[in-house]
Write a protein that binds this ligand. Sequence first.
Ligand SMILES: CC(=O)N[C@H]1[C@@H](OP(=O)(O)OP(=O)(O)OC[C@H]2O[C@@H](n3ccc(=O)[nH]c3=O)[C@H](O)[C@@H]2O)O[C@H](CO)[C@H](O)[C@@H]1O
Ligand SMILES: [Mn+2]
Length: 352
Amino acid sequence: MNGIREIFDTGIRQNIFTMLSRKGNIIGKGKRRIGILISFIVLSFFSFTWYWSNEGKCNPFTAYSCWTGMPYDQPNPFRPSKVGFMVLTPWLAPIIFDGTYNLDVLNAQFHQRGVRVGLTVFAVRKYNIFVKSLIETAEQFFMAGHKVNYYVFTDDVRAIPKIMVKEGRSLVILKISGYKRWQDITMRRMQFIHDYIAERLINEVDYLACLDADMKFTDNVGVEILGDLVGVIHHGYFGKPRIEFPNERRNKSEAYIPVDTGDFYYTGCFFGGRVEEVYKLTNFCHNAMMEDKEKNIEAIWHDESYLNKYFLYHKPTKLLSPEYASNDNGPTYVIKRKKIIHVPKNYRVIRN
Ligand SMILES: CC(=O)N[C@H]1[C@@H](OP(=O)(O)OP(=O)(O)OC[C@H]2O[C@@H](n3ccc(=O)[nH]c3=O)[C@H](O)[C@@H]2O)O[C@H](CO)[C@H](O)[C@@H]1O
Ligand SMILES: [Mn+2]
């Protein structure tokens, strides 16, 4: 009992400045050291309990602003963008880079609306091997604190492993018929997404994120990506002259884009937006593919080419930087934080 009192007296009640001003050993010796350790543990315990009870919205370092109800810095209109790249397109759509937004402010807005987000992924034939790591990393990094439904479209329901998802989130496995050619599998995603939006997604989610299967999350991806119509700039063509974009150049194709036209080259592996907008997008892409099929032509990069055609005339209202779709070779001067990456794969093995 005496020992404990001594720890309290000499350790906890000691004026912290006296301890810090002592020369040499900053936290003192013996009982005092134990006292300081205990204070530190107790303080940390309360701070973090409080942090979690606030669903992570306030943290111990912003405690004061949380109490006062002003949990963020006032925007300073004189401060130039830190990023060093274009952050607003000529049609006034933001380009999302890490460091351009305040997630606390955005989260508060989207929480008020109780936003529901759907993530679609296709795992046909051998691509079911990618599902586990995609969903597990999404559980870690995707839309933390928001309602999420994963929709996995597959030709083999039993091949999709059991994956536990957090409360407020669900995993829906949808059986679809596969196609023989891998090109048809990737292109027909547009038709499936379109049909399932009308059948059920329109009633279940507000926004959709449509991803390739061979990807995984490596950092936080939150509501900053949500917008009416969202395209992701392909990491390989960031800042390249548009003549080099691998758009479809045969003018008989519905995906045709002339060399002197085009803003950015968008990746086919990730697009999204409000569910109604994704419905229009997938409708256009699927119909364009069907018209080309009639004409016996298939665009050079399949669904990606039709997507780029759509975005040319229906400009995205929000663009995501290549941070949201890169791989190990992405340009590091552009990509400061890799948030979603392509998993390396052996094309010959996986597509046959
Ligand atoms: C980074 C990028 O620009 N990605 C695009 C590029 O990707 P990739 O070369 O990465 O295409 P990919 O092999 O990942 O195929 C696209 C997606 O289709 C699905 N799939 C494909 C084959 C299969 O047997 N089973 C299956 O489920 C799966 O979800 C896969 O992720 O080119 C494709 C068309 O050529 C698509 O436009 C991709 O979105
Ligand atoms: Mn892919």
